[in-house]
Design a binder for this molecule. Structure first.
Ligand code: SF4
Ligand code: SF4
Length: 375
């Protein structure tokens, strides 16, 4: 099913990698794994390195039998937005008596005693609210979409998302004017917004600004932003907002996001007018749990192999043999030119080579190694 068919048949599923998530190895692997899983669209930061990583991941997925290439979407904003920021603090200036409540709340393990690893932060803001000394600041992330869309990577980008907030009609119009020359070559434009006062009038005003109209217009209702990994209840807000927007009868498709997770599938059945859903935090968490068995943060994925004289890498030692061969029947290790099979170590030995991409491929367990126990 092509992405536009998925929209029309209300089976649309989008992966949100994060508008300010810049961890290149994680993006490459996410694109690979979810491309194979059959998502219709992958939404990434409007950064050339990130787009390139997603393209590489999809190229590998193609060699592994990906049925349909998803659209690649870049996210932009018409002003300050929590999706477009990074948390920052200097760890050595924190009070020594602090119990460091910021560490466990970070969904991407971006925080350590030194501060925040910028590439891993996607701006969710959970650390900001728990810091008793208010030591954490945020820095906005800005992009130059025209140069990206008109450059060599532009042909790889099929869709654009614009995040907007209450009272920003003029800023939205300005951004649209900036994008207007590159919109006709794209398959879709998504407008992402939270609940706001006088919502219908705000959306209609933005709709009037979108000239020429996009080929496919998606209204992304951002119910409870960046919270899908917290718990099942977070999905309710997106459904409520989605139903409200459906009632406006706007042209285009309405898609849920912001707090979406495993309970969203039931919501979509309940409200068949919705085109589908996008998954961000929940999809990332699922990937870590299923592909990496909850043992590794994306930060570890980029750990380099040992160079002569350097410290021995900890990867092989800290991970015992894979306990769930039924779930992980065969890891296929791809280094651009060759494939190798999983030898039971976790992560596999050959993953320690730089530039390696790891795919979780559903195959029969090797003889004698099958188990029905879930991890
Ligand atoms: S908790 Fe959220 S905002 Fe804070 S560092 Fe982690 S990802 Fe960034
Ligand atoms: S909670 Fe605040 S003060 Fe404590 S370690 Fe984290 S950033 Fe520093």
């Amino acid at each position: 099913m092509t992405p536009d068919q998925a929209l029309r048949s209300h089976r649309w599923c989008k992966l949100i990698c994060g508008a300010s998530y810049h961890h290149v190895p994680a993006i490459r692997n996410l694109a690979l794994v979810y491309g194979l899983a059959g998502v219709n669209c992958i939404d990434v930061a409007a950064d050339p390195a990130i787009v390139q990583a997603a393209v590489e991941g999809l190229a590998v997925a193609h060699t592994l039998g990906m049925v349909q290439r998803p659209w690649l979407m870049i996210s932009l904003s018409d002003g300050e937005d929590p999706h477009f920021r990074k948390a920052v603090f200097e760890g050595d200036r924190c009070p020594s008596e602090c119990a460091r409540p910021c560490l466990p709340v970070c969904p991407t393990h971006a925080i350590d005693h030194r501060g925040v690893t910028a590439d891993l932060c996607y701006g969710c803001g959970r650390c900001l609210t728990v810091c008793p000394w208010q030591r954490i600041e945020t820095h906005p992330q800005t992009y130059d979409p025209r140069s990206l869309l008109m450059g060599p990577l532009g042909a790889e980008i099929q869709a654009i998302e614009i995040h907007t907030q209450p009272g920003r009609e003029t800023a939205f119009a300005g951004l649209w004017q900036h994008l207007a020359p590159v919109v006709p070559q794209r398959q879709a434009v998504s407008v992402s917004f939270p609940e706001m006062p006088d919502l219908e009038a705000s959306l209609r005003s933005r709709l009037a600004r979108m000239q020429p109209p996009p080929r496919h217009l998606i209204w992304q209702v951002d119910g409870r932003p960046m919270s899908g990994d917290i718990g099942r209840g977070t999905a309710r807000a997106a459904l409520r907002l989605g139903e409200k927007v459906l009632g406006f009868g706007l042209p285009g498709f309405v898609q849920l996001a912001g707090g979406t997770n495993d309970s969203t599938a039931a919501d979509l059945v309940q409200q068949p007018g919705l085109a589908g859903a996008a998954f961000g935090g929940y999809a990332l968490r699922l990937w870590w749990m299923k592909c990496w068995h909850g043992r590794r943060s994306p930060g570890n994925l980029s750990r380099r192999p040992r160079r002569s004289g350097g410290p021995r890498p900890r990867l092989g030692r800290q991970h015992p043999p894979c306990p769930s061969p039924h779930l992980c029947p065969k890891f296929v290790i791809l280094r651009k030119e060759r494939a190798d099979t999983h030898d039971g170590s976790h992560p596999p030995r050959s993953y320690r080579q730089p530039g390696t991409v790891v795919a979780h491929v559903a195959r029969s367990p090797p003889p004698g190694r099958g188990s029905t126990r879930q991890p």
